[in-house]
Design a binder for this molecule. Sequence first.
Ligand code: FRU
Length: 490
Amino acid sequence: MTEFSKPYGEKYRPQFHFSPPAKWMNDPNGLVYYQGEYHLFYQHNPDDIVWGPMHWGHAVSKDLMHWEHLPIALAPNEHGTIFSGSAVVDWHDTSGLFSGGHGLVAIFTHADECLETKQHRQRQSIAYSLDKGRSWRFYDENPVLADPNEPDFRDPKVFWHEDSEKWVMVLAVGTRIRFYGSPNLKEWEFLSEFTGGCTASVWECPDMFPLAVDGNPENLHWVLLVDVQDGGPTGGASPMYFIGDFDGVTFTPHKQQADNLWLDYGRDVYAGVTWSDIPAEDGRRIFIAWMNSWQYANEIPAPSWRGAMTVPRTLELRSSAQGLSVVQNPVQELESLRKGRTTIPAQAVEGRLELEQEFSECLDLELEFVANGAEEFRLQLVSGDQEATVVGYNFTTQQLFVDRRRSGEVDFSPAFAGVHQAPLVTEDGKISLRILLDKSSIEVFANGGQAAITDLIFPREGSRRINLTSEGGSTQVRKLNIYPLASVWK
Ligand code: FRU
């Protein structure tokens, strides 16, 4: 069993984000809510701090913030290692695995090598648990879905499709999505195929779900999330999405979508998926992603563990003059970690304003400002004499940005240092930002989640000072609240 007693006190160890007790982690897997617990499984190499033979690590939480580590749920067997996938509650025992009761079924990719061709092979398998996810059995007739012609055939996301009364699997196949249907999670038939958007590199870790436009349950559309391993807006791995309709067989994207829609414009959101079986009375669509990028994940300066998740986020569909888009915000449970508040009085800033206080490394900030002639407004999070991570908005180019070129340790990979920008228009002249800072990450949500930038950072020094700069004119700061956040691991 893995050593669970780590204090989470290492230099860059996230304090309010999930990270494994030790060793390597990548994608979140098997997100499912069942009997009062949010399950989080994850791609895990228990023997090293680089990617290797994949297992499913496992943790549970009652509030999405504090996690209890559980033993490894799925380990490699005769069909191969355990790649990404999903989990569902089989409420009505459609699978026949629960003697008429209900339980958890995990649907994942078994990855191995074909004996004859020596090529890598990916097939879908299932496993089930009769004890709230504490122990798992592989189904004896695995794999349940194979296609010898497709080497990249992975990451099944399964959901129950109410209208057509069947399970639907969304699968990444090369640079396409395939949909399969099943009455029982064991036998799968091909439904349809979809491609579009960015096909610069292989697609991975899809998800698909309906969302209400502006909260109106009468106006539902489907969102298909897909990750591209390379070629995203910042040059690397990125989550793209499509908005459209799904009739139980085919996904049809809306015509409005001329450009690619990206869920996050930073470098460090990948393989994000959403929780299954959130109770209707809660009704949220909750998303979490691996906060890292394949471009340098194996090299980040973390000596005993590697990989963290983003903060859990709610996804909603919002209409605006630009059309429909998915907006995202940290789940409200995060606010329970706030301890105290510093409020900076509303004021006009011209040039630089240094805040006097020193802050801790884990912060939740709310900032609102309007242009008053300025071209650019920046908030700098400073550590030591040399290092600063900059969050800014350029009123002329209408771009939100995070600049991590001087954020701390950057030279472990040539792909790391950089400025990442997201298109963002002001709302009545205003920009409002929610910024989450942990020991090795920054997440910026702008204008109610209309744009997001998530980046890893590795500042060497402990505390943070903050300054504001308005360039080319003045900026009216309407609000700046700074909340230190408690560690969830203490
Ligand atoms: C995405 C991914 C998945 C695959 C898993 C393997 O990050 O490449 O497509 O299932 O990682 O660990």
